[in-house]
Ligand binder design. Structure first.
Ligand SMILES: Cc1cc2nc3c(=O)[nH]c(=O)nc-3n(C[C@H](O)[C@H](O)[C@H](O)COP(=O)(O)OP(=O)(O)OC[C@H]3O[C@@H](n4cnc5c(N)ncnc54)[C@H](O)[C@@H]3O)c2cc1C
Length: 585
């Protein structure tokens, strides 16, 4: 985006160099006009304001509109000017977020305004229009992020809370800018202007008047306008509650919502799960040159929104209580939602490395993911990656594009043991990656950030020091099911048992609630399904997670049918004792 100046009194439009500012055809404008209203607008009129929700899709019929960042603030700048046929807004409009810029009429004219809900339905029916708008909105979000638009996080690079907030913003792809208290000249002026004491940092600043002192992720989410779990539709009841918005959860959201079920999907951290932390997914069907995890997930999130699924972040589920053939799902913040069926897609959590002193550095220089966010923090010094699997290999290759040197520390003696051949080849041939086999981390040096690692050659017992400014750990994962212990049947490692496995292992008490054989992805609780990495015996791939997420919704329908039959039998006074096995098993 570039600032555009008027020439000879006329207003020049910002050129559409990246496909982010397309023009609607007269036919498309006409079809939208049937669902909205035309409005005369005066010069200088504000159409929407940064930090406030946008509830309408706006297209320009005549006149021109200026898009301004930080209006009234020290960084005010015009970033685009649009003329007739163009439309306004960006991704946040579809995802229910506040605006990240301000739109002002530069030349009086006429605007077409369509309520977002109606526009969403229209877009769902018209794939060409839908694709045009979605692609433009995605492009605009990337431009906003690149410009450093949105809110500011003012905090020290040594503060774990600063890292937490930055990570939350980055994982949720929220436009923001970080002002480092330690190095940024702007920091001092901001502290003075907002009367903030250093010990109150990190702070989030937006729109001149909004200051959040060391907010929780949930407080930051509410500032942006992300919905809270209790604000779910139907007074807190939905047909399906999906726990976890990784690939499995997003697939369940898309299929659930498109099948007409009221679908609420919650995630403790961000949409995307592990897949969003993958720099390039090479083996997902339909993307021969690979696709970044972030892009794949952004598309899935849009698709889920398009069908009307409600996505809530951050919202961590902490309990599941059977209630009158349905479930009360409780959250760590005390809120609760009632659900007719539940799909568990809470994935896995990466294991921590048990090394003295390492936990102290976890907030600042020890990571369990390698995305653009983490890579941007380690451009100048060597980094180390621990692990011998595909995740470690991918991370090493990705980081080698950013850091001057990457040490890949592998406990075993053969890289081929756990890593795919295509990755082994790339890792071994990369000039910036040094593979250290038979190597284990024994100690970490550095006061506020990691500076060095003590590693041991487990074949010879020899110790050596490695200079490393960051450590990336990929040493396997465990399921995120602690809150499900005693609620439904888990395997010995804590993964959720489903179908025949659940039936084989579960005891009579656990199966009593079900009263029949569990369906393929069904747990020992009727109407509670598990899909993706959290499921015992799952394949741990994006494709299988999305496939299972979709399949879980098919089974939700079967469960609803059975429940309907049971209710009918109940009302006739002859309730069957148990259902037989179903065809999907
Ligand atoms: C770095 C990396 C690279 C990878 N590369 C590839 C690849 O190239 N190809 C491939 O096929 N696979 C790849 N994978 C594996 C793939 O990403 C996973 O198999 C896939 O993401 C699993 O999806 P899921 O939805 O089951 O779980 P996850 O992706 O783990 O998502 C689970 C989500 O649930 C949320 N959650 C957990 N507990 C709760 C709770 N109590 N309340 C609310 N939310 C909760 C989490 O925050 C998380 O967002 C990679 C993984 C990593 C880490």
């Amino acid at each position: 985006m570039s600032t555009t100046e008027p020439r000879d009194g006329a207003v020049a439009e910002t050129p559409d160099r990246y496909g982010a500012f397309p023009r609607l055809t007269p036919e498309q404008l006409e079809s939208l006009a049937a669902h909205g209203e035309r409005r005369r607008t005066a010069e200088g009129e504000v159409l929407y304001r940064e930090g406030r929700p946008i509830r309408e899709f706006l297209a320009i019929l005549s006149g021109s509109v200026e898009i301004i960042h930080d209006q009234g603030g020290p960084d005010e700048r015009t970033v685009a000017v649009h003329g007739p046929g163009r439309f306004l807004g960006e991704l946040g409009l579809l995802e229910g977020q506040a605006a990240f810029d301000t739109a002002v009429m530069r030349q009086a004219g006429e605007i077409l305004a369509v309520p977002v809900e109606r526009q969403r339905a229209l877009v769902g029916r018209d794939p060409v229009l839908g694709d045009l708008i979605l692609r433009a909105y995605l492009g605009r979000r990337y431009l906003l992020i690149g410009l450093g638009a949105g809110f500011r996080i003012l905090g020290s690079c040594y503060s774990p809370d600063t890292l937490r907030l930055r990570e939350f913003a980055a994982r949720n792809r929220l436009p923001h800018r970080w002002v480092d208290l330690e190095k940024d000249k702007e920091a001092e002026a901001l502290l003075r202007r907002f009367a903030i004491r250093t010990e109150e940092t990190p702070v989030v600043l937006w729109q001149g008047d909004r200051v959040l002192r060391n907010p929780s992720n949930a407080e930051l989410a509410r500032l942006i306008g992300l919905p809270a779990p209790t604000s779910s539709s139907d007074g807190g009841r939905c047909d399906v509650l999906v726990v976890g918005a990784g690939p499995a959860g997003l697939a369940a959201s898309v299929y659930g919502a498109s099948d007409g079920l009221t679908t609420v999907t919650v995630d403790a951290v961000a949409t995307g799960g592990q897949a969003a932390t993958s720099s390039r997914i090479e083996n997902y069907l339909g993307f021969p040159s690979g696709i970044s995890g972030g892009e794949l997930i952004e598309r899935a999130v849009l698709q889920a929104h398009k069908f009307g699924a409600r996505l809530m972040v951050p919202a961590e589920v902490s309990g599941l209580i059977p209630q009158d053939h349905e479930y009360a799902v409780t959250f760590t913040d005390g809120s609760r939602v009632r659900a007719g069926a539940v799909v568990l897609t809470s994935g896995v959590l990466y294991r921590r490395l048990e090394v003295p002193g390492l936990d102290r550095l976890e907030g600042t220089s020890v990571y369990y993911a390698a995305t653009v966010h983490e890579a941007s923090l380690c451009q100048a010094d060597p980094v180390a990656v621990v692990g011998g699997g595909n995740s470690a290999g991918q991370a090493a290759l990705f980081l080698a594009n950013h850091a001057p040197r990457v040490h890949l520390l592998v406990r075993g003696g053969d890289l081929n043991a756990d890593m795919s051949r295509y990755l082994v080849d790339q890792v071994e041939q990369h000039p910036k990656i040094e593979v250290l086999l038979h190597t284990e981390v024994r100690g970490a040096g550095g006061r506020e950030r990691l500076e060095s690692l003590t590693v041991e050659d487990n074949a010879s017992g020899e110790h050596r020091e490695l200079r490393a400014a960051a450590l990336f750990v990929f040493i396997g994962a465990r399921p995120r099911t602690d809150w499900l212990r005693g609620v439904l049947a888990l395997d010995e490692k804590g993964f959720v048992l489903t179908g025949a496995d659940a039936q084989a292992v579960a005891d009579a008490d656990q199966l009593a609630a079900l009263g029949r054989d569990p369906m393929l992805l069904e747990t020992t609780l009727p109407g509670v399904f598990a899909a993706g990495d959290v499921r015992s015996g799952s394949v741990k791939r994006v494709a299988s997670a999305t496939g299972e997420g979709a399949m879980a919704i098919r089974l939700v329908h079967e469960h609803r049918e059975r429940r309907g039959n049971l209710a009918a039998a109940d009302s006739e006074g002859h309730r069957p004792i148990a259902d037989g096995p179903v065809s999907s098993r």
